[in-house]
Design a binder for this molecule. Sequence first.
Ligand SMILES: NC(=O)C1=CN([C@@H]2O[C@H](COP(=O)(O)OP(=O)(O)OC[C@H]3O[C@@H](n4cnc5c(N)ncnc54)[C@H](OP(=O)(O)O)[C@@H]3O)[C@@H](O)[C@H]2O)C=CC1
Ligand SMILES: Cc1cn([C@H]2C[C@H](O)[C@@H](COP(=O)(O)OP(=O)(O)O[C@H]3O[C@@H](C)C(=O)[C@@H](O)[C@H]3O)O2)c(=O)[nH]c1=O
Length: 289
Amino acid sequence: MQEKPNKTKVLITGSSGQLGQCLKKIEKDYPAFDIYFTDSKTLDITQKDQLNNLLSEIKFDYIINCAAYTNVEQAEKEPERAFMVNAQGVKNIAEICKDHHVVLIHISTDYVFDGKKKTPYTEEDIPNPINVYGKSKLEGEKYIQEILENYFIIRTSWLYSEFGHNFFKTIQKKSKTEKELTITTSETGTPTNANNLARFIFDLVGLRTSKYGIYHYGNQGEATWYDFAREILSVLGKLDTIKLKKTDNYPTFAQRPKFSILNNTKIKKTFLIHPIEWRNSLKKLIDDL
Ligand SMILES: NC(=O)C1=CN([C@@H]2O[C@H](COP(=O)(O)OP(=O)(O)OC[C@H]3O[C@@H](n4cnc5c(N)ncnc54)[C@H](OP(=O)(O)O)[C@@H]3O)[C@@H](O)[C@H]2O)C=CC1
Ligand SMILES: Cc1cn([C@H]2C[C@H](O)[C@@H](COP(=O)(O)OP(=O)(O)O[C@H]3O[C@@H](C)C(=O)[C@@H](O)[C@H]3O)O2)c(=O)[nH]c1=O
């Protein structure tokens, strides 16, 4: 790889996933960065020697870890794979960051919480995951906190975008083939546009700040998955043609937190940002499609 001197060198792992593609989309807006996009084929985070070889070759300033095992249902059936990527893989990255003095920006999830709270979760609340995916993500967070000082763990929720697999795309696809959709009202959270998160992450790199720690990032507001589906269909102009039914008993393998709204006061105050309301962000995404 050809290094460009005087630029902030950023390594992105898992970049063919949803968030990675959102970052790629806005790469051109950050000409001061020299960004290396890697994916599971070019850099497997579970293989520490691969990380070591790359970091020995190039002096990175930041690693943005977008690599993760994110299939919440499948994780219940193959927990070892989820832990291999979300815990062991993250441990590898943390150790490499320590050895090579690289700042780590890692993405975590609202699913580290058990959902028993009635008010939005702050960074001080104690995680207590109730599914394998959440447990594996929490173990990854813990490794980072044990190994590193210079890290950002950004917990976010219900990511969606035009890329990858996500609830927005599932509903969009189903709206083309189904006459009726049944959606759960049992879980409340905040749909977050991954494009908004991607911009925040690159802005954070640009700040070169040392205000390290755990932060909660999400769009503003709250919704059940039913509310989210209804809004998607409404903005797509499909509410008249599809029957939308509520359920409080949608069958799944994995348990999910009933309430997982993240309080984003800390990130707003620290970095003076104003995340937009989830409905407005969804509308903008669909308008721009
Ligand atoms: N999606 C969501 O709703 C939310 C996601 N998050 C977190 O945000 C982050 C980004 O999520 P998102 O982009 O949506 O997830 P995706 O599943 O879309 O992307 C994850 C990427 O990681 C890659 N990957 C898996 N295993 C490895 C490995 N061993 N080495 C390198 N790459 C690997 C996958 O590649 P391949 O497909 O080839 O295996 C995939 O491209 C994750 O940390 C996730 O936990 C947090 C809250 C909500
Ligand atoms: C497709 C579908 C899902 N559901 C339910 C199932 C589940 O309870 C809820 C959400 O469904 P999904 O499986 O699409 O979403 P899920 O994979 O649980 O999404 C989570 O992904 C991980 C990666 C995260 O980190 C979380 O923040 C969150 O975004 O909606 C319905 O009720 N009807 C439907 O038609």
